[in-house]
Design a protein around this ligand. Structure first.
Ligand SMILES: *[C@@H]1O[C@H](CO)[C@@H](O)[C@H](O)[C@H]1NC(C)=O
Ligand SMILES: *[C@@H]1O[C@H](CO)[C@@H](O)[C@H](O)[C@H]1NC(C)=O
Ligand SMILES: *[C@@H]1O[C@H](CO)[C@@H](O)[C@H](O)[C@H]1NC(C)=O
Ligand SMILES: *[C@@H]1O[C@H](CO)[C@@H](O)[C@H](O)[C@H]1NC(C)=O
Ligand SMILES: CC(=O)N[C@H]1CO[C@H](CO)[C@@H](O)[C@@H]1O
Length: 422
């Protein structure tokens, strides 16, 4: 089968130096329900008037094609990404080809969890998650350093090697180590609590579990071969489920500045409206805005650069203005479908997005022209708001801005809301 779209993961492989734990699975999942989709093994197919749906075993709820969860747990679904259903039960498209933090929470005084996902642009101009990373920190009482937390990170990358054949690669990293091949599926954190990974070979799921904080996550990558064969449907629904068990952690506090929101809000749509953006543009804004710079992984330098430059170059009012133009480079599916056909590598999109930031926030004619030239060269039609962008009226801003202007410093907002407030 033809190797379609970007050369995947080259940069990631270069960063993750040691080997990796490889797990292949090729399960059939549960019963075929209707024409296309399989239910999870534990779920049942329900037929009503020619309509088929998969139903979770009581008392569980959720999407019985991807994940069933207990009703009172706090759950974020990322299905057929970029559709994310957050803790406030809002749906939002997360259109970014970069890594983003989806969720952050404290459970006790001593534990902190941050969950990151990476999207990848696939055939047809759709994004699906291909990497999940959980960073769990324990407060280290014996350390007097400024950041006295000890971290343990688990990163799992998912892919398919042929239709129906899934492949997972797993790495671990502790506070002091580089990314390493895990030798055991259980690893202990500084306080002795366990982080477990396992693989469901029937349902093709990678599972990460941290019982101490009531966190369980699972992830099924998209079957890119099935997607290419039939863009309308892949038999096993891809996505990520992140669930925090309420019983385990009554005092869980979620960060309010992530896409996951919190069970009590904020209402992302209201924020978006306040900033003059659609909710989907706001999601792009959040992925840039809420990623603290020190957490950025350099597996995609162009993505890191966008994170930095967005905060450095854009004034508060420029931010909405800029996202309302440049965001369409990440979001317009017709454009993305065209880009995905071109065999460009994964840095292309963030690269032209950066040009767009320089054009809009940096008032740079040169970067604006470069942006338009790049798009023209690959033969794709500019998304609507870019067509309206007239390079001629811009100045030479950015070279001056790059050198002279003081960086705009945004404080990392740490507004956490408690699970109890549901
Ligand atoms: C996984 O599958 C790939 C491709 O089919 C194969 O080359 C590799 O040896 C397999 N690895 C394991 C650990 O089974
Ligand atoms: C199915 O049920 C078993 C037993 O309750 C459980 O261990 C397993 O995690 C479930 N699998 C899925 C995919 O939900
Ligand atoms: C992607 O392409 C650009 C030029 O088009 C090149 O500079 C860059 O090194 C490439 N990156 C990878 C990861 O191949
Ligand atoms: C994407 O961009 C094209 C070209 O400008 C435009 O015709 C189309 O309406 C846009 N699609 C969406 C969903 O905005
Ligand atoms: C306790 C400890 O060693 N914490 C360190 C973990 O690593 C970060 C950097 O990644 C340091 O800032 C912490 O001091």
């Amino acid at each position: 089968m033809e190797l379609f779209i970007f050369v995947a993961f080259l940069a990631v492989e270069a960063v993750l130096v040691s080997g990796q734990l490889v797990t292949n699975t090729s399960g059939d999942s549960g019963e075929l329900c209707g024409k296309y989709h399989h239910c999870l093994t534990n779920s049942t197919c329900l037929r009503t008037k020619g309509d088929y749906s998969c139903v979770c075993p009581a008392p569980m709820k959720g999407n019985a094609k991807l994940g069933c969860v207990l009703d009172d747990s706090a759950t974020v679904f990322v299905q057929a990404d970029p559709h994310l259903k957050n803790l406030y039960n809002q749906f939002v498209s997360v259109s970014t080809p970069c890594r983003y933090r989806v969720m952050e929470f404290f459970t006790t005084e001593t534990h902190l969890a941050r969950i990151y996902l990476d999207n990848y642009l696939y055939h047809g101009g759709v994004y699906y998650t291909n990497i999940i990373e959980a960073r769990i920190a324990v407060l280290d009482e014996s350390s007097t350093g400024e950041d006295n937390r000890k971290w343990l990170s688990v990163l799992i990358e998912g892919d398919t090697t042929s239709e129906g054949h899934y492949q997972f690669k797993e790495w671990r990293k502790t506070n002091s180590s580089d990314w390493m091949t895990p030798s055991e599926q259980t690893q202990f954190m500084a306080d002795g609590s366990e982080v477990i990974t396992e693989y469901d070979h029937v349902n093709n799921l990678a599972i990460i579990e941290v019982a101490a904080i009531g966190l369980r996550m699972w992830f099924r990558p998209v079957d890119k071969f099935a997607l290419e064969r039939n863009p309308e449907c892949v038999p096993q629904v891809p996505g990520v489920v992140m669930t925090v068990d309420k019983g385990k952690s009554a005092s869980t506090q979620f960060s309010a500045v992530d896409l996951s929101s919190t069970p009590g809000g904020p209402d992302l749509r209201q924020f978006a409206t306040g900033l003059g953006m659609s909710i989907n543009m706001y999601a792009i804004f959040l992925t840039l805005y809420s990623s603290p710079l020190d957490e950025i992984d350099s597996h995609c330098p162009a993505c890191d650069k966008a994170n930095i430059e967005f905060k450095r170059l854009c004034s508060a009012t420029d931010m909405s203005k800029s996202i309302n133009v440049c965001g369409h480079l990440y979001h317009n599916q017709t454009f993305l479908a065209c880009i995905a056909k071109q065999n460009l590598n994964e840095t292309f999109l963030p690269h032209i997005f950066n040009d767009c930031l320089y054009a809009t926030c940096g008032n740079s004619k040169t970067d604006c022209q470069a942006l338009k030239a790049h798009i023209k060269r690959v033969g794709c039609k500019e998304p609507e708001p870019l067509q309206q962008l007239d390079c001629g009226v811009l100045g030479d801003g950015v070279t001056v801005m790059r050198k002279g202007a003081a960086p705009v410093v945004y404080k990392e907002v740490h507004d956490h809301k408690t699970f109890d407030h549901m």
